[in-house]
Design a protein around this ligand. Structure first.
Ligand SMILES: [Zn+2]
Length: 257
């Protein structure tokens, strides 16, 4: 039965990934995400349905526009495949659990935000707030269905503590932590807190670890200067993904006497 759920989540993930591509491209440019329909960024020819199949169309067209033959960014199939992979992973991680929808929302939101941060150094509130609202609503539904109110309490507290701690860093020095990261920490603390306060801590810790490692490598290889802004949302998302899938084994490994 999990196999069926995994296939369903994978197909749903491809469709959601296709939508995320629109969000990633348009939201930082302050464009509508519902219309007009997608067109080639080079020649502006509208993209037909047969050329809009996730991953497959890009492969069949060999990464080029059918009309003008200009290259189409590999980001499009990458986002679609990554969303599908995260959703399939979610199906295996959670199974038929009431909290699965909340985590699918979190996966999709984190992926979109990682890419807007990477490309534009932006964590747009037009993505962050809908994700936070949906995630919170779906966790309340999960608590209603299963009676796990204490889990919801831990989730809410973890979100508040994460956002509060990041806000402190931001208030001391805005160069340490942008305000977008404060909101994102709240979103991640809430989701990971449902799995336990320790898991939320692991996710945030991993974000700082990944960020420090990559930052040191980039500075050492002179790819960036020591004062460069790094897209910390990318590392927050990466830390959250690892904590959701591997947080429990990691915590046990560390706490084992
Ligand atoms: Zn074109």
């Amino acid at each position: 039965m999990t196999a069926f759920l995994a296939v369903a989540c994978g197909l749903f993930g491809l469709a959601v990934g296709s939508f995320l591509n629109v969000v990633i491209h348009r939201v930082p440019r302050k464009e509508s995400i519902v219309q007009p329909r997608s067109s080639c960024p080079s020649c502006h020819t509208p993209i037909t349905n047969r050329d809009n199949i996730p991953v497959l169309s890009w492969l069949l067209l060999r990464g080029k526009c059918r009309t003008c033959s200009q290259p189409i960014s590999p980001r499009y199939p990458l986002v679609e495949a990554a969303t599908a992979a995260l959703f399939v992973g979610g199906a295996f991680r959670f199974g038929y659990d009431w909290s699965l929808p909340a985590f699918l929302v979190l996966f999709a939101g984190l992926l979109a935000l990682a890419f807007t941060d990477l490309e534009h150094l932006l964590l747009p509130i037009r993505i962050v707030y809908p994700v936070l609202f949906l995630e919170a609503a779906l966790l309340v539904v999960a608590a209603l269905a299963t009676g796990q109110w204490s889990r919801l309490g831990v989730a809410a507290a973890s979100g508040a503590v994460a956002a509060g701690s990041f806000y402190l860093l931001h208030a001391i020095n805005p160069h340490w932590m942008a305000f977008g990261d404060v909101r994102l920490a709240g979103v991640i603390g809430l989701g990971l807190g449902w799995l336990g306060a320790l898991i939320a801590l692991v996710g945030i810790f991993l974000a700082f670890l990944f960020g420090a490692l990559v930052g040191v490598v980039l500075i050492a290889t002179k790819k960036i200067g020591p004062k460069a802004r790094i897209p910390f949302g990318v590392f927050l998302a990466a830390g959250a993904f690892v904590a959701i899938y591997a947080g429990h084994p990691l915590v046990h490994l560390y706490l084992r006497p």
